[in-house]
Design a protein around this ligand. Sequence first.
Ligand SMILES: Nc1ncnc2c1ncn2[C@@H]1O[C@H](COP(=O)(O)OP(=O)(O)OP(=O)(O)O)[C@@H](O)[C@H]1O
Length: 726
Amino acid sequence: MQKGKVKLGQLDLEGALIARDRVGIQDFVLLDAHNSETAFLDNLKKRFTEDLIYTYIGTLLISVNPYKELDIYTKKQMDLYMGVNFFELPPHIYALADNVYHTMLSEANNHFILISGESGAGKTEASKKILQYYAVSCPSSTLLDTVRDRMLMSNPVLEAFGNAKTMKNDNSSRFGKYMDIQFDCQGDAVGGHILSYLLEKSRVVHQNHGERNFHIFYQLVEGGEEDLLRHLGLEKDTKRYSYLVQGECSNVSSINDKNDWKTVKNALSVVDFDANDIEVLSPFTVDHAIYARDALAKAIYGRAFTWLVNRINESLENKWEPVQFFNNKIICDLVEEKHRGIISVLDEECMRPGDATDLTFLEKLEEKMGNHPHFVTHKLADKKTRKSLERGDFRLLHYAGEVTYCVVGFIDKNNDLLYKNIKDVMCLSKNPIVQQCFPVTEGDSRRRPETVATQFKNSLLRLTEILTAKEAWYVRCLKSNDNKQPGKFDEVLVRHQVKYLGLMEHLRVRRAGFAYRRRYEVFLKRYKALCPATWPHWRGVPADGVEKLVQHLGYQPDEYKMGRTKIFIRYARTLFATEDAFEICKHELATRIQAKYKGYRAKGEFRKQKEADLRDSATAEHTYDGEELQQKIVTSAIFKGKKDSYPSSVAVPFVDTRINEQDINMRVLQTIRHERIKYSVPVVKYDRNGFKSRPRQLILTQAAVYLVEEAKIKQRVDYVSLKGGS
Ligand SMILES: Nc1ncnc2c1ncn2[C@@H]1O[C@H](COP(=O)(O)OP(=O)(O)OP(=O)(O)O)[C@@H](O)[C@H]1O
């Protein structure tokens, strides 16, 4: 958008940002070829090539992993997105976070953000960005800062214990995580709660080639202080521990265990773990210790974790938009239906008396679901398919493609019977922390232990209950390539993810209804300059103003509907036309401002007159209209800039001392044209006695910023202060 670029100081950055962001389409809803997967991918790729990793489908955010640090997560970026309407700035995870937060406050209800995608796609990073955004943008106080620090610091701790290097991701979360942030009615973060889901416990005792155990073990051994290691009876050499070397994976360049240990140790203290908590030392006899070794290792991680949680969350979407999505129920039933699904068959096989093996489990599957159109095994397959299946395989025809599973290890992994024995051993411990981890509950000895699959299913049911009580927001993370290579866009890989994440379906659903919706106030605020009746102010009900506006713009009746609080626009082209008109209008206004500015410069007399006006304004109550205010800013900037007493600054006095800063903001916002942007101007105020108050920050409209910036450049000064009084 070259025409929109403003070449002035601070504005350069904003202008450039918007120009860059205009690469491709920033909301897929506006894609003309909306049925074309190729057009969808082209757009993603075009943006990705320009480091534009975020794109919307309406309010759903797609994020493509760039595998490199981008300069888009700064404090400045956060400030830019705070309190700004979702669609007014380039797509960003901050925009989503901000919008959820403000919707929660204004509607006073609960929300959740579901982040999904395959391993390494960027879910963990996305969740951290959201947390960081809330940490900076939510109101703060000493008490709240503690809450904030603890929430932030829970991440390194959880990552140390729950993440590991896998072939796909050097920092792969091996557990599902649900984090609650609790806000009070003022919007202050007052607490949090984390639910975690069953983990791939087997990693504790076994790792595949090229993978590692959980980070914490390496961190402790590599980074732990001599005293601590001696105290724990550990040696400073990971190679000495068979649990840590099975993947034969040493020296991962992206991981620095020594440094990470420091971070984790610090984080542990922030989240209120004392020295005793950190050690977890238990006085076992050697026999008990040997017996408990594997059990303890697994049990520490064996709490409500599961890597499958993200996969099943896909099915939650269907309840979200059930009509137009591919109906995945047939596959879900195949997997989890009571008494008939694969999980039930597996459980039965684990529980039944007699010798159950992986192959008997496969036979049961063939017996029970042999006719199912989405299930096939070597035995059931036709001649051609059979070639691609081993005898121990079964294949599910998922909606986005076929997945082949090998039954070897199913029975073993599903059996969590060890759990009870672990508890027996752990309950012998006198250590209070271990006792907390393994409380003795009534009926323990009688209860049949749950299988892994059932624990997983139940934890998901509980999660579903939590989520259905809340409003949903979605972030879909896409992996750009399998080699963790910066800037590489593997089209085949991305296409596959677009397919199985149901993004085309989501787009179709969004477009089937009214693609674009916005609250009347917001719509009016953005486009009011396009209609003489609504510009500069619409004094009536916002809905009426919008009606006037769209009629002036020539919207046809089938193009829009007026809702209770929002206008709904059916076609992308309608919105495009409105946006284009707005762009043109913005530039016309900018040109007018420039022309005026030049005119003022030429008139010396006019300056004198303005100076007199300013003197008056110091003593008289006066409300400026937009034009007048603009004139005052420009004129006085020129005038004051020449004064010796302000050698390195230009004072822009346009307020009288009786107007407080909030008033200034309000007046600027109300009277100067264009959308509001966040822009920090140091405001130096003078009281009636001529004393300078502390510098403050103002929010100015883009037009106001434009004027101030121009004044700065013309006067060759570094900053502009706004001064009241004489
Ligand atoms: N927004 C981003 N900017 C830069 N790099 C990123 C971004 N998102 C992800 N990455 C890179 O990709 C890696 C993998 O991301 P992440 O750990 O968030 O994936 P994940 O989806 O949580 O994977 P898993 O399911 O295995 O836990 C990160 O360690 C980081 O190097």
